[in-house]
Design a protein around this ligand. Structure first.
Ligand code: LCS
Length: 395
């Protein structure tokens, strides 16, 4: 690691070690599947772990390692484990930390597939789960059972923007030997560093803010403890959900502008949230920066900024939301988030469509919930676009 003393913006540019043989200003792409051994002895030493040479890209690769060191540094963690996607990171964590007969407590509102894979697939291997409103700490306490091994939190949650008190989670869980995992996708380490609050493991869909340009899919796990990191790495390697070197290069490139992208998009998000809050065709707005957000005070304490994700309800329900999404011209009607372009989508019929109707109701994912990821366009253009599309909504 270059230096812990540098500020986060400097570390986004300069952290991430690699063997720089030719004085390259950026991390080269080691686009290779395998690495040469000097001789049979060298090969045997690498395999036994006596020597830490590169063997095979599924196990380790210099470009991917540079990214892992970089994100681990930004998250104040010990080890980074890059994965092919955010869902690969989620499943690696589930597989490493849960066994038959174990139980997981999680947020009722999480990215749909993170819940669906647990309820429909990990359950087949005897893993139990409870999804509760983790923004209410009492609900977590009530859900913990003797076999609970994992507390899995998304904050702010996708798509409700509910915020969970991470320090309180750590206190409750660690008393009972439960590991705390946080999906930090909505914030990125620029806005929230759960490991600094005592959380054990952080994961990311780097498809979103870290890469930031909507052009690749990627994931990352960061652990506070190196031994736990080694365990997660061995699961990732044997599952084969490794990242590709080119993917790693793209994320390293994206992270260089993470700070300036987030500063701009969250400044716009605040203005857009206020515009929506005062608009007669909008029923409700949930943005951590608004005083009306139920956990606004917690957001101020726990996050270094309010981010660029907004959820809101259009008056007139799903039909009205559809008219809005069909009429935007600058904003893009698509899933995903955290890119330079503003995206608008409808979770109930898209990202969370496979979550049961009852689970959606309990999680507060209403039919009129529209999720908005603010990009870095001129904010006036986004507001004008929303305004003209909302004019088409007839009450
Ligand atoms: N965690 C969160 C919070 C996410 O939002 C997503 C993807 C994932 C994990 C999974 O990451 P992936 O495998 O896609 O890299 N969220 C998406 C969304 O809200 N719309 O499309 C994808």
């Amino acid at each position: 690691m270059k230096s812990k003393k540098l500020g986060i913006n400097s570390r986004m540019i300069h952290s991430g070690e690699f063997e720089n043989q030719l004085g390259s200003a950026t991390v080269p792409i080691y686009q290779t599947s395998t690495f040469l051994f000097e001789n049979a002895e060298h090969g045997a030493r690498c395999f036994s772990g006596e020597e830490s040479g590169y063997i095979y890209t599924r196990i380790a690769n210099p470009t991917i390692n540079a990214l892992e060191t970089l994100v681990a540094d930004l998250e104040s963690g010990a080890k980074g484990i890059a994965t092919s996607s955010g869902m690969a990171a989620v499943n690696t964590v589930y597989m490493a930390l849960l066994s038959k007969g174990d139980h997981m407590v999680s947020s009722a509102a999480v990215y749909g597939p993170s819940r669906v894979v647990m309820e429909q697939h990990w359950s087949r291997f005897g893993v139990e789960s409870s999804f509760v409103d983790t923004s209410n700490i009492e609900e977590i306490k009530k859900a913990i059972k003797p076999n609970t091994k994992l507390l899995y939190i998304e904050t702010p949650a996708n798509p409700t923007m509910d915020i969970t008190d991470l320090k309180a989670c750590v206190e409750i869980a660690h008393q009972k030997g439960i590991i705390v995992v946080v999906d930090n996708t909505f914030c990125s380490p620029y806005l929230q560093r759960p490991l600094e609050m005592g959380v054990d493991v952080v994961l990311h869909s780097m498809t979103k803010f870290l890469n930031g340009h909507a052009d690749i899919v990627a994931g990352m796990i960061v652990t506070a403890d190196a031994t736990l990191g080694a365990k997660l790495r061995s699961i990732m390697v044997t599952l084969g959900c490794n990242m590709d070197p080119h993917q790693a290069y793209m994320v390293i490139r994206g992270i260089k502008t993470l700070g300036i992208r987030i500063e701009r998009s969250q400044a716009s998000a605040m203005k857009i949230a206020r515009f929506l809050e005062s608009h007669p065709k909008i029923e409700w707005v949930k943005y951590p920066g608004l005083e009306s957000h139920p956990q606004h005070e917690l957001a101020k304490k726990q996050m270094d900024g309010f981010g660029s994700m907004i959820s809101f309800g259009v008056r007139g329900g799903f039909e009205a939301g559809k008219i809005l999404m069909d009429n935007v011209k600058v904003c893009i009607h698509a899933v995903s988030l955290g890119g330079v372009e503003t995206l608008i989508q409808h979770p109930a019929s898209m990202t969370h469509s496979k979550v049961s109707a009852e689970a959606k109701r309990l999680a507060g994912i209403t039919d009129n919930l529209v999720r908005f990821s603010v990009g870095i366009e001129d904010v006036e253009d986004i507001i004008d676009d929303l305004d003209q599309a909302l004019q088409k909504v007839k009450l």
